[in-house]
Ligand binder design. Structure first.
Ligand code: PLP
Length: 375
């Protein structure tokens, strides 16, 4: 049996830039709370990077979605069109606000929402589209924005996984009314836990700042006209974020190199669908390196992941579709809807170790073990 040291983790961040230096500055100055100067600096630099006017740092990417949905005024009776294949944070934010998620299936090649299905899901109650860039390639934003324009919908862009990605050269995070990011350690920029809302609309930015900070009244503290949350990011987290942001291009280049190397190593395994290296509007940033088992493979992703874990290879399953979530079924959402592509991805897809710290040697070991699944 291989020893524990040889385990290839599914993710490992790289923290060898200015992270330690900036964290030490927090400790030396005593600025560790959300009032510290790195928070504002991180917000400003991040907003510039994604070509937005305002950045509002929050405690995680799910919280960013919660605040964004409320800031857009979505609530009872409103419908929000979104992908079936995504993380629960997207639908949860809509449901918590009292609105209803309406699902579209995925594109089998890019794994992003099938934009061609959006128009058929529109009803008189549709108020917004929530776009989610999944696993590395951007959604076709031109089509989404044209529909939003035609019908007067708001657009929320969940760019949690898309740091540094672009769509026809324009940054992900710069589209629609409001965009959100996550800085969980598996993201290209990490703060441990963290998130960011970006927008060009000063009112949305102000609303999000209020929601982030318990909706404190600016005239009299501890008097509240509305209910917010404590979603504040600390100066310590922002210090990490700033150092990571400084090296985003380097981290992106690493991930792209990794994606290309995995593709080269796995290319001849014909029963595995690999991530699309590019689409007409972008090159894959390989947020994660996902693989999908072909129908000819007699077992599901669960079994593949179990066997790889036995060979000291860490993996993660793909998302589980929103219409198959027990919590939403109990709430009476989605009835007997079927989204076959999302259902198949959930059962046949998983991702390989994908962290920025992964070495070529580790990738070769991963692929050797993947190969053994099919002999
Ligand atoms: C598409 C997407 N949206 C939102 C989130 C939630 O972010 P967080 O884990 O920071 O709450 C994630 C997390 O991975 C995500 O992948």
């Amino acid at each position: 049996m291989e020893n524990v040291a040889e385990f290839v983790p599914v993710n490992e961040p790289l923290l060898d830039g200015n992270e330690r230096k900036y964290l030490n500055q927090c400790i030396d100055t005593g600025w560790i709370s959300s009032e510290g100067p790195f928070v504002r600096e991180f917000e400003e630099r991040f907003a510039v990077r994604v070509r937005r006017k305002y950045g509002v740092a929050v405690s995680n990417g799910s919280a960013a979605l919660d605040a964004a949905v409320v800031a857009l005024g979505l609530g009872n009776g409103d419908e929000v069109i979104m992908p079936a294949f995504t993380i629960i944070s997207c639908a949860a934010a809509v449901v918590r606000a009292g609105a209803t998620p309406v699902l579209v299936d995925s594109d089998p090649v890019t794994w992003n929402m099938d934009v061609g299905q959006i128009e058929s899901r529109i009803t008189p109650r549709t108020k917004a589209i929530m776009v989610v860039h999944i696993y590395g390639l951007p959604v076709d934003m031109d089509d989404v924005l044209a529909l939003a324009d035609k019908y007067g919908f708001k657009v929320i862009e969940d760019a949690a996984e898309a740091h540094g990605q672009t769509y026809w050269g324009k940054p992900c995070g710069s589209f629609g009314d409001v965009s959100t990011f996550s800085f969980y350690p598996n993201k290209h920029v990490t703060t441990g836990e963290g998130g960011m809302i970006v927008t060009d609309d000063p009112q949305i930015a102000e609303k999000c700042r209020g929601l982030r900070n318990l909706c404190f009244n600016s005239r009299r503290r501890f008097v509240h006209e509305a209910l917010g949350w404590n979603l504040r990011l600390t100066n310590l987290q922002a210090a990490l974020g700033l150092a990571q942001l400084e090296r985003l291009d380097e981290l992106l280049a690493r991930k792209r190199r990794m994606g290309r190397y995995y593709t080269e190593l796995l290319f001849d395994i014909s029963c595995l669908q690999l991530p699309q290296p590019d689409c007409k509007c972008a090159t894959n940033i390989y947020w994660v390196f996902g693989v999908v088992l072909d129908d000819s493979v007699p077992f599901e992703a669960d079994e593949a992941m179990r066997r790889l874990a036995g060979s000291s290879i860490g993996t993660r399953p793909f998302f589980w579709p929103m219409h198959e979530q027990p919590v939403f079924q109990r709430l009476g959402l989605f009835g007997n809807e079927s989204h076959p592509v999302a259902e198949r991805l959930a059962r046949r897809g998983f991702y390989l170790p994908s962290g920025v710290a992964l070495s070529n040697e580790q990738m070769e070991r991963v692929v050797n073990q993947v190969r053994k699944l099919f002999v």
